[in-house]
Write a new protein. Structure first.
Length: 261
């Protein structure tokens, strides 16, 4: 069923039974929480197993990177956190790469052509539709993610309306939050398994194939200063950015801040 851009869609609560039927790990569903990452981090400290999923219809204090708030009207988004227990410690840069690839592959399994904007945004038709927040506790990794499924355009803050979007409006079709969430979990678990089995390189190649910034003007700021260029990609061997500039390439560390210009 096609819908007009910007049309408000009133979504129901997640169907807990339908979601559990799609997943093999433990599922903790809440109508409302402070944030799914808060709940998942507590479960991690209590010894919950890898693959435990926390999901909610509404977050009172959802958050993104650098302390930014993540808000969404109740019932309009996938709001979830997945608990992982990797067999070895993974660097923050590897976690950023594999979670981006895993979540993007999950959306692509649902016929959604997602791209990745470093470090943790997913883009569809040049609009941000999802974000990832990775937190660690001892041997556990909690991957929190929010996917805009049916947020009305007017519900976005004015400063974000030309940059953010919802899947139902961008794709003009009905969206099953249960299907999107299950596909996201499958994509994330697959990416983790592949990195543990064979290292980051193959997953990184997928990241580059879905890299939204590959041919876009960027500003990359590192410890020694800033570089403005015409795009970037990730070097799979040195694990650095290659920033295209004036027909050449400038190397920048992955700890750099990357902004689209």
């Amino acid at each position: 069923m096609r819908r007009a851009i910007g049309e408000t869609v009133h979504m129901k609560a997640l169907n807990d039974d339908a979601l559990r039927a799609r997943l093999t790990g433990p599922v903790h569903y809440h109508a409302e929480v402070t944030s799914t990452n808060d709940v998942a981090m507590q479960l991690a400290r209590e010894g919950a197993p890898a693959g435990t999923l926390v999901c909610a219809d509404f977050q009172r204090a959802g958050r993104g990177r650098r302390g930014a708030a993540w808000t969404a009207p109740a019932g309009t988004s996938v709001l979830a956190s997945l608990l992982l227990r990797p067999g070895k410690t993974l660097p923050a840069s590897h976690l950023a790469i594999l979670t981006g690839v895993g979540l993007a592959n999950g959306l692509r399994a649902e016929d959604i052509a997602a791209q990745i904007k470093w470090p943790n945004d997913l883009m569809v038709r040049n609009r941000k539709v999802a974000g990832i927040l990775v937190e660690t506790a001892a041997d556990a990794v909690v991957v929190g993610f929010g996917i805009n499924c049916a947020i009305p355009e007017e519900a976005f803050p004015p400063a974000l309306r030309d940059r953010a979007g919802s899947l139902h409006a961008l794709l003009e079709r009905d969206i099953s939050r249960e299907a999107i969430l299950a596909a996201a979990v499958a994509g994330l678990l697959d990416a983790v398994a592949r990195v543990e089995a064979g290292g980051i390189i193959k997953v990184l190649l997928e990241w580059n194939a879905m890299n939204w910034l590959r041919r876009r003007e960027v500003r990359v700021t590192g410890p020694l200063g800033a570089v403005e260029g015409d795009g970037l990609f990730l070097d799979g061997h040195k694990l650095v950015f290659h920033v295209f500039k004036d027909g050449g390439v400038v190397h920048m560390p992955l700890a750099s801040t990357v902004e689209a210009r």
